[in-house]
Design a protein around this ligand. Sequence first.
Ligand code: PLP
Length: 379
Amino acid sequence: MNAQLEPFHAIAISKQAHALKAAGRSIIHMEFGQPSTGAPQTAIAKAHAVLDAEAMGYWESAPLKERLARFYQERYAVRVEASQFILTCGASPALVLALSSLFAPGDRVAMARPGYVAYRNTLKALHMQPVEIACGADVGFQLTAAALAAVEPAPQGVIIASPANPTGTLIRPDELKAIAEVCRARGIRLISDEIYHGLSYVEPAQTVLAYAPQALVVSSFSKYFSMAGWRLGWLLAPPEHVERAQAYCGNLFLTAPSLSQHAGLAAFDALDELDGHLRVYRANRRLLLAALPGLGLTTVAPPDGAFYIYASIAHLTDDSLAFCQRLLRDTGIATAPGIDFDPVDGKHFIRFSFAVSTAEIEEAIRRMQPWFAAQARLA
Ligand SMILES: Cc1ncc(COP(=O)(O)O)c(C=O)c1O
């Protein structure tokens, strides 16, 4: 029998939110990590043109792979070949490809807890063993080289994410380098989820390839490029691993959608528009961080990137799911419960996604102020 996977509780919260909206309530959607902005204009225009002109069979866009390789040179000053990219339907299948082509059933793969729920669940679905390393606010909820070095016996692999979901925190370059060294010394295969790159409020995130050319990178058009529903991403593999990963991709997924590949390439002509979204997130982040102490939420690691704030509600509840449900019912604000990211301590956390408009953030703060004050009185 295959492993039992836990549901994503934010989906249940979202369903409730939509039901309340259908009943006439005003809802602010801060439960999912997805931009509300839609694809850039250049991508949409290209998609319209392609729809009328092409039959759209199975296809892998050589120009998109070339553009991605150039992007790594421009953004990170890291040289990779176009042939190292495997185009996928988002980072999710890229992760499946990385894990299934690197590891065998029973292999142990380490990751930070809290972390993105699909790491744990994808490993379980592939009969691999997640090794969750508790990472608290003191280390920005991020994996450290020391924590990875202390895992006994050495795991076969590790997944890192910087900026991370649910916290938005970065692994600093020195630490990234140290993690790469631990991986080299202990023979641990390194997978880096770089899906939130491009969304940074402090220093830009560096790709792990700058320190570990043998690492596998997963990423996608879902976040910075604001194209989550277009289902387009990539696996970037070291040259000697590409053929193997490509064989897995051909068998498991065939190709990414042709339409999205055309649109994805055109999105590179809209970097100004996309940086405009980042300016909105920056303003939202500032507003929320300034408001949190007034709500009594003081244990947070300020996000360096992505569009999340992960805050402790330990002084108010032991049940983050029920708490998020109450918050939604009373204020119309949908959020994600910490148990989606951390099966142990997540009962004490809530995640706010600020990938919404600044007006919505202002309204959310207005609604939350009296509500959190009332919760504090009840606790
Ligand atoms: C850290 C992280 N990795 C991967 C994904 C999956 O993204 P995609 O839409 O590219 O499959 C998400 C989605 O929220 C995420 O937060």
